[in-house]
Write a protein that binds this ligand. Structure first.
Ligand code: MN
Length: 256
């Protein structure tokens, strides 16, 4: 079993070291992650400059390789030139903060896993639901249990079988690894909070993107509902953005 691990908080973030530690003994692990925090970069690839890869020395990141690019860059170049063999599983995280509902469109954590999925490799994104890394050890134990539960199916996967992508959100609790799991759909968030306008030291207006909105669709069956009720949320994701239900209506309206 070969496991590639990436993240979006950067290779020095506590969450990726915890995930690597938790996965010891499950397979041969390669870590290739962004040099800097790249949260919110979604699936962006760096196309306007070359990328460098360096290997970290010293615990807890010894042997981690870091890339001067995005989460998607990291997994992309790992799969297309850096790794001598294709991994069987791609993991991302553990992220600092939730990736639920609309977050998944902006998330670099989900994007790193999605890059593996787009290359036909099963992939899992892990996030803690609150920032601050509280109870990261329990989240890491939870991640290991999730990986262990899919390991047999990954090992037995025939070449060409469709890959899958899971988005896992883990409540920041000391008993996270004892919580029930809920297989969920994505909820929805309200629109983000307004942008924050400030005046720079040079007297010019500058703008900070506001925080994500609160949950709007958080009913039973959603990721928001699960974590609010003390469950680990596991959402299977797909990439097809087509509005299939709207195709007939648009064909009528546009004659296409
Ligand atoms: Mn992040």
């Amino acid at each position: 079993m070969r496991i590639l691990i990436a993240n979006d908080d950067g290779y020095l973030a506590p969450g990726i070291a915890a995930l690597v530690q938790a996965c010891q003994g499950l397979g041969e692990i390669d870590v290739i992650a962004p040099e800097q925090n790249a949260s919110g970069t979604s699936n962006s690839l760096t196309l306007n400059r070359p990328l460098s890869v360096h290997e970290a020395r010293g615990e807890p990141v010894n042997g981690f390789r870091f890339v001067t690019g995005t989460p998607s860059d990291s997994v992309h170049i790992a799969l297309t030139g850096l790794l001598p063999q294709r991994p069987d599983l791609v993991l991302s995280g553990i992220n600092q903060g939730a990736n639920m509902g609309d977050d998944t469109l902006y998330s670099g954590t989900v994007a790193a896993a999605m890059e593996g999925y787009l290359f036909g490799i099963p992939a899992i994104a892990f996030s803690q639901t609150e920032k601050g890394w509280a109870h990261l050890d329990a989240a890491a134990r939870t991640a290991r249990r999730v990986v262990e539960s899919v390991l047999a199916s990954v090992a037995q996967r025939a070449p060409g079988q469709p890959a899958w992508l899971l988005n896992v959100n883990i409540p920041n609790r000391p008993d996270a690894d004892q919580l029930p799991w809920a297989v969920t759909r994505l909820g929805r968030r309200h629109a983000s909070e307004p942008v924050i306008r400030q005046i720079s030291p040079r007297g010019e207006p500058v703008y900070w993107i506001g925080p994500a909105g609160d949950a709007r669709e958080a009913g039973e069956g959603t990721d928001f509902h699960a974590v609010a009720h003390g469950q680990v949320s596991i959402t299977p994701l797909q990439v097809d953005l087509t509005d299939h239900a709207a195709l007939p209506d648009w064909r009528t309206r546009l004659g296409g």
